[in-house]
Design a protein around this ligand. Structure first.
Ligand SMILES: Cc1cc2nc3c(=O)[nH]c(=O)nc-3n(C[C@H](O)[C@H](O)[C@H](O)COP(=O)(O)OP(=O)(O)OC[C@H]3O[C@@H](n4cnc5c(N)ncnc54)[C@H](O)[C@@H]3O)c2cc1C
Length: 455
Protein backbone atom coordinates (compact mmCIF):
# COMPACT_ATOMS: atom_id res chain seq x y z
CA UNK A 1 0.00 0.00 0.00
CA UNK A 2 1.22 3.49 -0.82
CA UNK A 3 2.28 5.61 2.15
CA UNK A 4 1.15 9.20 2.47
CA UNK A 5 2.98 11.96 4.38
CA UNK A 6 1.77 15.21 5.81
CA UNK A 7 5.29 16.56 6.16
CA UNK A 8 8.70 15.57 4.85
CA UNK A 9 11.54 17.02 6.89
CA UNK A 10 14.94 17.29 5.21
CA UNK A 11 17.79 17.04 7.74
CA UNK A 12 18.16 15.14 11.00
CA UNK A 13 20.02 17.76 13.03
CA UNK A 14 18.37 19.37 16.04
CA UNK A 15 16.24 21.69 13.86
CA UNK A 16 14.79 18.80 11.84
CA UNK A 17 14.36 16.61 14.91
CA UNK A 18 12.57 19.41 16.80
CA UNK A 19 10.21 19.97 13.87
CA UNK A 20 9.51 16.27 13.45
CA UNK A 21 8.88 15.73 17.16
CA UNK A 22 6.45 18.64 17.42
CA UNK A 23 4.57 17.64 14.27
CA UNK A 24 4.43 13.94 15.21
CA UNK A 25 3.16 14.97 18.63
CA UNK A 26 0.23 16.66 16.86
CA UNK A 27 -0.45 13.44 14.94
CA UNK A 28 1.00 14.63 11.66
CA UNK A 29 2.39 11.84 9.52
CA UNK A 30 6.05 12.84 9.25
CA UNK A 31 9.02 11.44 7.41
CA UNK A 32 12.48 12.73 8.35
CA UNK A 33 15.26 12.24 5.80
CA UNK A 34 18.90 12.47 6.87
CA UNK A 35 21.76 12.30 4.35
CA UNK A 36 24.31 10.84 6.81
CA UNK A 37 24.17 7.37 8.37
CA UNK A 38 23.58 8.88 11.86
CA UNK A 39 21.20 11.46 13.27
CA UNK A 40 22.47 14.65 14.85
CA UNK A 41 24.21 16.72 12.18
CA UNK A 42 26.52 19.08 14.02
CA UNK A 43 25.59 17.40 17.29
CA UNK A 44 26.52 13.89 16.19
CA UNK A 45 29.02 11.30 17.39
CA UNK A 46 30.18 8.39 15.28
CA UNK A 47 32.99 5.95 14.57
CA UNK A 48 35.71 7.29 12.31
CA UNK A 49 37.96 4.39 11.25
CA UNK A 50 38.03 2.87 14.71
CA UNK A 51 38.02 6.06 16.77
CA UNK A 52 34.89 7.36 18.43
CA UNK A 53 34.56 11.04 17.51
CA UNK A 54 32.09 13.86 17.87
CA UNK A 55 31.23 16.72 15.57
CA UNK A 56 32.86 18.95 18.17
CA UNK A 57 32.61 19.52 21.89
CA UNK A 58 29.35 21.17 22.90
CA UNK A 59 28.07 22.89 25.97
CA UNK A 60 24.49 23.12 27.10
CA UNK A 61 23.78 26.65 28.36
CA UNK A 62 21.59 26.93 31.46
CA UNK A 63 19.44 29.68 29.98
CA UNK A 64 18.31 27.56 27.02
CA UNK A 65 14.60 26.75 27.31
CA UNK A 66 13.27 25.30 24.00
CA UNK A 67 16.10 22.77 23.76
CA UNK A 68 15.68 21.21 27.24
CA UNK A 69 11.91 21.30 26.77
CA UNK A 70 12.26 19.24 23.59
CA UNK A 71 14.54 16.76 25.35
CA UNK A 72 12.00 16.35 28.15
CA UNK A 73 9.22 15.85 25.59
CA UNK A 74 11.29 13.07 24.04
CA UNK A 75 11.40 11.37 27.45
CA UNK A 76 15.04 12.19 28.16
CA UNK A 77 16.02 12.74 31.79
CA UNK A 78 18.27 15.81 31.68
CA UNK A 79 20.12 14.76 34.83
CA UNK A 80 21.29 11.67 32.96
CA UNK A 81 22.80 13.54 30.03
CA UNK A 82 24.43 16.72 31.40
CA UNK A 83 26.95 17.47 34.07
CA UNK A 84 26.88 21.12 35.07
CA UNK A 85 30.04 23.23 35.31
CA UNK A 86 29.98 26.35 37.43
CA UNK A 87 33.14 27.90 36.07
CA UNK A 88 35.32 28.10 33.03
CA UNK A 89 39.01 28.76 32.68
CA UNK A 90 41.25 30.98 30.57
CA UNK A 91 44.85 29.76 30.15
CA UNK A 92 47.41 32.17 28.82
CA UNK A 93 50.30 30.79 26.74
CA UNK A 94 53.87 31.26 28.00
CA UNK A 95 52.81 33.36 31.00
CA UNK A 96 51.83 30.28 33.03
CA UNK A 97 48.75 32.15 34.16
CA UNK A 98 45.22 30.88 34.42
CA UNK A 99 42.03 32.69 35.31
CA UNK A 100 38.92 30.95 36.55
CA UNK A 101 35.58 32.62 35.91
CA UNK A 102 32.38 31.60 37.66
CA UNK A 103 29.61 31.40 35.11
CA UNK A 104 26.59 30.88 37.34
CA UNK A 105 25.87 34.15 39.19
CA UNK A 106 22.96 32.65 41.15
CA UNK A 107 23.66 28.92 41.07
CA UNK A 108 27.34 29.38 41.90
CA UNK A 109 27.56 32.92 43.33
CA UNK A 110 30.83 32.40 45.19
CA UNK A 111 32.73 31.33 42.06
CA UNK A 112 31.06 34.09 40.02
CA UNK A 113 32.01 36.80 42.51
CA UNK A 114 35.51 35.42 42.89
CA UNK A 115 35.90 35.51 39.10
CA UNK A 116 34.90 39.17 38.96
CA UNK A 117 36.90 40.51 41.90
CA UNK A 118 39.73 37.97 41.68
CA UNK A 119 41.92 37.05 38.70
CA UNK A 120 44.01 40.19 39.28
CA UNK A 121 47.12 38.50 37.86
CA UNK A 122 45.37 38.41 34.52
CA UNK A 123 42.97 41.35 34.68
CA UNK A 124 43.88 44.48 36.68
CA UNK A 125 41.11 46.58 38.27
CA UNK A 126 41.59 49.05 35.39
CA UNK A 127 41.09 46.25 32.82
CA UNK A 128 37.90 45.21 34.59
CA UNK A 129 36.61 48.79 34.78
CA UNK A 130 37.20 49.23 31.05
CA UNK A 131 34.82 46.33 30.38
CA UNK A 132 31.85 47.95 32.12
CA UNK A 133 30.96 50.60 29.46
CA UNK A 134 31.73 48.02 26.75
CA UNK A 135 29.20 45.49 28.04
CA UNK A 136 26.52 47.97 29.15
CA UNK A 137 26.59 49.90 25.84
CA UNK A 138 26.74 46.68 23.82
CA UNK A 139 23.66 45.23 25.47
CA UNK A 140 21.83 48.56 25.10
CA UNK A 141 22.77 48.86 21.40
CA UNK A 142 21.67 45.26 20.82
CA UNK A 143 18.13 46.35 21.71
CA UNK A 144 18.16 49.94 20.42
CA UNK A 145 20.24 49.88 17.23
CA UNK A 146 20.67 46.27 16.12
CA UNK A 147 21.35 47.08 12.46
CA UNK A 148 24.17 49.52 13.29
CA UNK A 149 25.60 47.06 15.81
CA UNK A 150 25.77 44.39 13.12
CA UNK A 151 27.82 46.72 10.90
CA UNK A 152 30.75 46.83 13.34
CA UNK A 153 33.15 44.14 14.52
CA UNK A 154 33.53 43.37 18.21
CA UNK A 155 37.19 44.47 17.95
CA UNK A 156 36.15 47.93 16.71
CA UNK A 157 33.40 48.11 19.31
CA UNK A 158 35.91 47.32 22.08
CA UNK A 159 38.21 50.06 20.75
CA UNK A 160 35.31 52.53 20.61
CA UNK A 161 34.48 51.90 24.29
CA UNK A 162 38.07 52.03 25.53
CA UNK A 163 38.58 48.37 26.50
CA UNK A 164 42.24 48.06 27.56
CA UNK A 165 44.57 45.99 25.37
CA UNK A 166 45.05 43.49 28.18
CA UNK A 167 41.30 43.03 28.80
CA UNK A 168 40.83 42.69 25.06
CA UNK A 169 43.47 39.96 24.72
CA UNK A 170 42.58 38.11 27.92
CA UNK A 171 38.79 38.18 27.69
CA UNK A 172 37.34 39.42 24.39
CA UNK A 173 39.70 37.34 22.21
CA UNK A 174 38.99 34.05 24.03
CA UNK A 175 35.27 34.72 24.19
CA UNK A 176 34.91 35.51 20.49
CA UNK A 177 37.27 32.79 19.19
CA UNK A 178 35.92 30.29 21.70
CA UNK A 179 32.25 30.93 21.04
CA UNK A 180 32.22 31.02 17.26
CA UNK A 181 35.76 30.19 16.16
CA UNK A 182 36.45 33.58 14.59
CA UNK A 183 38.62 36.35 15.93
CA UNK A 184 37.14 39.64 17.16
CA UNK A 185 38.08 41.56 13.99
CA UNK A 186 35.69 39.34 12.01
CA UNK A 187 32.98 38.88 14.63
CA UNK A 188 29.85 41.05 14.37
CA UNK A 189 29.27 43.01 17.59
CA UNK A 190 25.56 42.22 17.19
CA UNK A 191 26.21 38.45 17.17
CA UNK A 192 28.62 38.80 20.11
CA UNK A 193 26.25 40.70 22.40
CA UNK A 194 23.25 38.76 21.09
CA UNK A 195 24.29 35.59 22.85
CA UNK A 196 24.62 37.44 26.17
CA UNK A 197 21.39 39.37 25.62
CA UNK A 198 19.44 36.18 24.93
CA UNK A 199 20.44 34.91 28.38
CA UNK A 200 19.54 38.00 30.40
CA UNK A 201 15.84 37.17 31.01
CA UNK A 202 16.86 33.81 32.49
CA UNK A 203 20.26 34.80 33.91
CA UNK A 204 19.32 33.07 37.17
CA UNK A 205 19.54 29.78 35.27
CA UNK A 206 23.01 30.51 33.88
CA UNK A 207 25.50 27.67 34.02
CA UNK A 208 26.98 25.40 31.39
CA UNK A 209 26.73 21.66 31.00
CA UNK A 210 28.97 19.01 29.46
CA UNK A 211 27.30 16.05 27.76
CA UNK A 212 27.60 12.67 29.49
CA UNK A 213 28.06 10.69 26.28
CA UNK A 214 28.10 11.14 22.51
CA UNK A 215 25.20 13.37 21.49
CA UNK A 216 23.79 11.01 18.85
CA UNK A 217 23.73 8.20 21.41
CA UNK A 218 22.28 10.03 24.39
CA UNK A 219 20.16 12.67 22.71
CA UNK A 220 19.48 12.46 18.95
CA UNK A 221 18.71 8.73 18.74
CA UNK A 222 16.35 8.91 21.72
CA UNK A 223 14.59 11.89 20.07
CA UNK A 224 14.36 9.79 16.88
CA UNK A 225 12.83 6.94 18.87
CA UNK A 226 10.29 9.33 20.40
CA UNK A 227 9.33 10.52 16.90
CA UNK A 228 8.86 6.89 15.82
CA UNK A 229 6.77 6.10 18.93
CA UNK A 230 4.46 8.92 17.84
CA UNK A 231 4.06 7.35 14.39
CA UNK A 232 6.79 9.27 12.52
CA UNK A 233 9.34 7.66 10.22
CA UNK A 234 13.06 8.28 9.93
CA UNK A 235 15.39 7.35 7.11
CA UNK A 236 19.13 7.86 7.44
CA UNK A 237 21.67 7.67 4.56
CA UNK A 238 18.93 9.27 2.48
CA UNK A 239 20.03 12.41 0.69
CA UNK A 240 17.56 14.83 -0.85
CA UNK A 241 18.58 16.29 -4.18
CA UNK A 242 15.83 18.81 -4.84
CA UNK A 243 12.28 19.85 -4.12
CA UNK A 244 9.43 18.86 -6.39
CA UNK A 245 6.97 21.55 -7.45
CA UNK A 246 3.48 21.17 -8.93
CA UNK A 247 1.88 23.19 -11.71
CA UNK A 248 0.56 25.69 -9.14
CA UNK A 249 4.15 26.37 -8.04
CA UNK A 250 3.50 24.63 -4.74
CA UNK A 251 6.25 22.48 -3.22
CA UNK A 252 4.72 19.01 -3.08
CA UNK A 253 7.62 16.77 -2.10
CA UNK A 254 11.25 15.93 -2.65
CA UNK A 255 13.42 14.11 -5.11
CA UNK A 256 16.12 11.91 -3.59
CA UNK A 257 19.70 11.43 -4.77
CA UNK A 258 18.77 7.86 -5.76
CA UNK A 259 16.14 9.17 -8.19
CA UNK A 260 13.04 8.33 -6.12
CA UNK A 261 10.46 10.96 -5.28
CA UNK A 262 8.39 11.34 -2.13
CA UNK A 263 5.31 13.53 -2.02
CA UNK A 264 3.98 15.43 0.96
CA UNK A 265 1.70 18.32 1.82
CA UNK A 266 4.56 20.27 3.36
CA UNK A 267 8.34 20.18 3.26
CA UNK A 268 10.53 21.48 6.07
CA UNK A 269 13.97 22.23 4.70
CA UNK A 270 16.10 21.80 7.85
CA UNK A 271 19.62 21.41 6.49
CA UNK A 272 22.64 23.67 6.92
CA UNK A 273 22.57 26.92 4.95
CA UNK A 274 25.02 25.51 2.42
CA UNK A 275 22.87 22.45 1.62
CA UNK A 276 19.68 24.54 1.64
CA UNK A 277 21.20 26.83 -1.00
CA UNK A 278 22.04 23.81 -3.17
CA UNK A 279 18.57 22.31 -2.81
CA UNK A 280 16.87 25.64 -3.56
CA UNK A 281 19.20 26.82 -6.31
CA UNK A 282 17.58 25.16 -9.33
CA UNK A 283 14.03 26.40 -8.61
CA UNK A 284 14.42 29.60 -6.62
CA UNK A 285 17.61 31.19 -7.87
CA UNK A 286 15.69 34.15 -9.29
CA UNK A 287 13.05 34.39 -6.58
CA UNK A 288 13.45 37.77 -4.81
CA UNK A 289 12.47 36.42 -1.37
CA UNK A 290 15.37 33.93 -1.44
CA UNK A 291 17.92 36.44 -2.80
CA UNK A 292 19.28 37.65 0.59
CA UNK A 293 19.57 34.11 1.94
CA UNK A 294 21.37 32.95 -1.20
CA UNK A 295 23.86 35.79 -0.60
CA UNK A 296 24.39 34.94 3.09
CA UNK A 297 27.98 33.61 3.27
CA UNK A 298 28.99 30.47 5.16
CA UNK A 299 31.92 29.97 7.51
CA UNK A 300 33.80 26.86 8.64
CA UNK A 301 34.81 25.24 11.93
CA UNK A 302 37.58 22.74 12.62
CA UNK A 303 37.87 20.49 15.62
CA UNK A 304 40.74 18.28 16.72
CA UNK A 305 40.27 15.32 19.05
CA UNK A 306 43.03 13.48 20.89
CA UNK A 307 42.73 10.07 22.55
CA UNK A 308 45.31 9.82 25.36
CA UNK A 309 46.67 7.26 27.84
CA UNK A 310 46.01 9.71 30.68
CA UNK A 311 43.95 12.78 31.38
CA UNK A 312 45.24 16.05 29.97
CA UNK A 313 43.51 18.21 32.60
CA UNK A 314 42.46 17.75 36.22
CA UNK A 315 38.81 18.65 35.48
CA UNK A 316 36.45 18.39 32.50
CA UNK A 317 35.72 22.09 32.19
CA UNK A 318 35.55 24.52 29.30
CA UNK A 319 38.90 26.22 28.84
CA UNK A 320 40.03 28.96 26.46
CA UNK A 321 43.56 29.31 25.11
CA UNK A 322 43.93 32.83 23.67
CA UNK A 323 47.08 33.42 21.67
CA UNK A 324 47.20 29.75 20.59
CA UNK A 325 45.39 27.65 17.98
CA UNK A 326 43.24 26.22 20.78
CA UNK A 327 40.27 28.59 20.78
CA UNK A 328 38.53 26.42 23.34
CA UNK A 329 39.05 22.92 24.64
CA UNK A 330 38.01 20.44 27.30
CA UNK A 331 39.13 17.18 28.79
CA UNK A 332 36.25 14.80 28.08
CA UNK A 333 37.19 11.49 29.73
CA UNK A 334 35.02 12.11 32.81
CA UNK A 335 32.05 13.27 30.72
CA UNK A 336 31.46 12.65 27.01
CA UNK A 337 34.01 9.88 26.33
CA UNK A 338 34.11 7.94 29.56
CA UNK A 339 35.61 4.86 27.88
CA UNK A 340 38.88 6.77 27.34
CA UNK A 341 41.76 7.14 29.79
CA UNK A 342 42.31 10.64 28.47
CA UNK A 343 40.54 12.62 25.81
CA UNK A 344 41.00 16.23 24.73
CA UNK A 345 38.53 17.88 22.36
CA UNK A 346 39.64 21.16 20.82
CA UNK A 347 38.03 23.82 18.63
CA UNK A 348 40.71 25.42 16.49
CA UNK A 349 41.00 29.07 15.48
CA UNK A 350 41.16 30.45 12.88
CA UNK A 351 39.56 27.49 11.08
CA UNK A 352 40.51 28.56 7.54
CA UNK A 353 44.16 27.99 8.40
CA UNK A 354 43.53 24.32 9.17
CA UNK A 355 40.89 23.27 6.63
CA UNK A 356 43.35 22.18 3.97
CA UNK A 357 46.13 21.17 6.33
CA UNK A 358 47.08 17.50 6.65
CA UNK A 359 46.03 16.24 10.12
CA UNK A 360 49.70 15.36 10.84
CA UNK A 361 50.62 19.03 10.33
CA UNK A 362 47.74 20.19 12.51
CA UNK A 363 48.83 17.70 15.17
CA UNK A 364 52.28 19.31 15.33
CA UNK A 365 50.75 22.74 15.92
CA UNK A 366 48.29 21.34 18.47
CA UNK A 367 51.07 19.59 20.42
CA UNK A 368 53.21 22.74 20.42
CA UNK A 369 50.33 24.86 21.63
CA UNK A 370 49.10 22.42 24.26
CA UNK A 371 52.68 22.45 25.61
CA UNK A 372 52.60 26.27 25.76
CA UNK A 373 49.39 25.93 27.79
CA UNK A 374 51.03 23.56 30.26
CA UNK A 375 49.98 20.16 28.84
CA UNK A 376 52.69 17.79 27.63
CA UNK A 377 50.67 15.29 25.60
CA UNK A 378 52.99 13.81 22.98
CA UNK A 379 54.05 10.73 24.94
CA UNK A 380 50.46 10.02 25.97
CA UNK A 381 48.98 10.18 22.48
CA UNK A 382 47.01 7.10 21.32
CA UNK A 383 45.09 8.44 18.31
CA UNK A 384 43.73 11.68 16.88
CA UNK A 385 41.25 12.98 14.34
CA UNK A 386 40.63 16.29 12.65
CA UNK A 387 36.98 16.99 11.89
CA UNK A 388 36.41 19.71 9.31
CA UNK A 389 33.13 21.57 8.98
CA UNK A 390 33.82 23.32 5.69
CA UNK A 391 30.52 25.10 5.15
CA UNK A 392 28.42 24.34 8.20
CA UNK A 393 27.86 27.79 9.71
CA UNK A 394 26.32 30.97 8.40
CA UNK A 395 28.86 33.75 8.64
CA UNK A 396 28.73 35.85 11.81
CA UNK A 397 30.84 38.56 10.24
CA UNK A 398 29.52 42.14 10.29
CA UNK A 399 26.71 42.95 7.87
CA UNK A 400 25.29 39.45 7.49
CA UNK A 401 22.63 39.10 10.16
CA UNK A 402 19.83 40.70 8.13
CA UNK A 403 20.37 38.27 5.26
CA UNK A 404 19.08 35.43 7.46
CA UNK A 405 15.63 34.23 6.28
CA UNK A 406 12.48 33.78 8.33
CA UNK A 407 11.17 30.20 8.60
CA UNK A 408 7.95 31.00 6.74
CA UNK A 409 8.56 31.33 3.00
CA UNK A 410 6.16 32.80 0.41
CA UNK A 411 6.25 29.46 -1.44
CA UNK A 412 3.27 27.25 -0.66
CA UNK A 413 4.28 23.99 0.99
CA UNK A 414 7.82 25.10 1.92
CA UNK A 415 9.07 26.08 5.38
CA UNK A 416 12.69 26.56 6.47
CA UNK A 417 14.39 25.53 9.69
CA UNK A 418 18.01 25.48 10.83
CA UNK A 419 20.21 27.57 13.08
CA UNK A 420 20.92 30.06 10.26
CA UNK A 421 17.22 31.03 9.98
CA UNK A 422 16.06 34.07 11.92
CA UNK A 423 15.83 33.46 15.66
CA UNK A 424 17.64 35.14 18.55
CA UNK A 425 20.09 32.37 19.49
CA UNK A 426 22.36 32.44 16.42
CA UNK A 427 24.17 29.18 15.56
CA UNK A 428 23.44 27.21 18.72
CA UNK A 429 21.51 24.12 19.73
CA UNK A 430 18.84 26.37 21.24
CA UNK A 431 18.67 28.35 17.98
CA UNK A 432 18.27 25.16 15.95
CA UNK A 433 15.44 23.90 18.17
CA UNK A 434 13.69 27.29 18.22
CA UNK A 435 13.82 27.36 14.40
CA UNK A 436 12.49 23.79 14.16
CA UNK A 437 9.66 24.55 16.55
CA UNK A 438 8.75 27.69 14.59
CA UNK A 439 8.68 25.70 11.33
CA UNK A 440 6.35 23.12 12.89
CA UNK A 441 4.05 25.81 14.28
CA UNK A 442 3.79 27.47 10.87
CA UNK A 443 2.59 24.16 9.40
CA UNK A 444 0.25 23.43 12.29
CA UNK A 445 -1.33 26.84 11.85
CA UNK A 446 -1.95 26.34 8.15
CA UNK A 447 -5.02 24.70 6.71
CA UNK A 448 -4.50 21.01 5.87
CA UNK A 449 -3.79 20.37 2.22
CA UNK A 450 -4.84 17.41 0.14
CA UNK A 451 -2.61 14.40 0.77
CA UNK A 452 -0.73 12.81 -2.06
CA UNK A 453 1.12 9.51 -2.32
CA UNK A 454 4.68 8.35 -3.00
CA UNK A 455 5.27 8.26 -6.71
C1 LIG B 1 32.41 22.21 16.75
C2 LIG B 1 31.07 22.74 17.14
C3 LIG B 1 30.85 23.18 18.44
C4 LIG B 1 29.60 23.68 18.80
N1 LIG B 1 29.39 24.04 20.11
C5 LIG B 1 28.15 24.41 20.50
C6 LIG B 1 27.87 24.64 21.89
O1 LIG B 1 28.74 24.47 22.74
N2 LIG B 1 26.60 25.00 22.23
C7 LIG B 1 25.61 25.18 21.31
O2 LIG B 1 24.48 25.50 21.70
N3 LIG B 1 25.85 24.95 19.99
C8 LIG B 1 27.09 24.57 19.56
N4 LIG B 1 27.34 24.31 18.25
C9 LIG B 1 26.30 24.65 17.25
C10 LIG B 1 25.22 23.59 17.12
O3 LIG B 1 25.79 22.33 16.93
C11 LIG B 1 24.38 23.92 15.90
O4 LIG B 1 23.91 25.25 15.97
C12 LIG B 1 23.15 23.02 15.77
O5 LIG B 1 23.46 21.68 16.03
C13 LIG B 1 22.62 23.15 14.34
O6 LIG B 1 21.52 22.29 14.12
P1 LIG B 1 20.79 22.29 12.72
O7 LIG B 1 19.75 21.26 12.79
O8 LIG B 1 20.39 23.68 12.37
O9 LIG B 1 21.92 21.91 11.66
P2 LIG B 1 22.75 20.55 11.51
O10 LIG B 1 23.03 19.96 12.83
O11 LIG B 1 23.91 20.90 10.65
O12 LIG B 1 21.76 19.58 10.75
C14 LIG B 1 21.53 19.63 9.37
C15 LIG B 1 21.35 18.21 8.89
O13 LIG B 1 20.93 18.21 7.53
C16 LIG B 1 21.53 17.09 6.90
N5 LIG B 1 21.51 17.32 5.46
C17 LIG B 1 22.23 18.23 4.76
N6 LIG B 1 21.94 18.13 3.44
C18 LIG B 1 20.99 17.16 3.32
C19 LIG B 1 20.31 16.61 2.22
N7 LIG B 1 20.52 17.06 0.98
N8 LIG B 1 19.42 15.60 2.44
C20 LIG B 1 19.18 15.14 3.70
N9 LIG B 1 19.83 15.63 4.78
C21 LIG B 1 20.72 16.63 4.61
C22 LIG B 1 22.94 17.09 7.49
O14 LIG B 1 23.59 15.86 7.30
C23 LIG B 1 22.64 17.40 8.94
O15 LIG B 1 22.43 16.24 9.71
C24 LIG B 1 28.57 23.80 17.85
C25 LIG B 1 28.79 23.32 16.55
C26 LIG B 1 30.03 22.80 16.20
C27 LIG B 1 30.23 22.28 14.80
Amino acid sequence: MMKRYDVVIIGGGLAGLASALKLADKRKKVLLLEAEPVLGGRTSNYQDNGMEVESGFHRMIGYYTAFPEMLRKAGIDLKEIFMWEKRMEVRLAEKEKTAKFGIAPLLGPYQALKGVIGNNRILSPLDKLSLIPFFTSGLKDYKKSPKQLDEISIADYAKKYGVTENAFQSLIVPLSSGLFFIGPKRYSAYAFFGLFAAGIPTIYKMRIGAFLGGMTDIMCNPIGKAIERKGGEIRTSCKVKKLTIDQNKRVNGVKLDNGNSIQADHVVLATTLHSAKQILASDFEDHPWFAPMLKLPVMPAVTFQLELTKRALPKDITTFGPGTALASFAEQSRTTFRHAHGRLSIILAEPEKFLDMEPEETLKIVLQDTKKLGMDLEKHLVDYRQINHHYDFHSLEPGNNWLRPEQNTPVDGLVLAGDYTMQPFFATMEGAVVSGNKAAEIILNQKAHKKTAIS
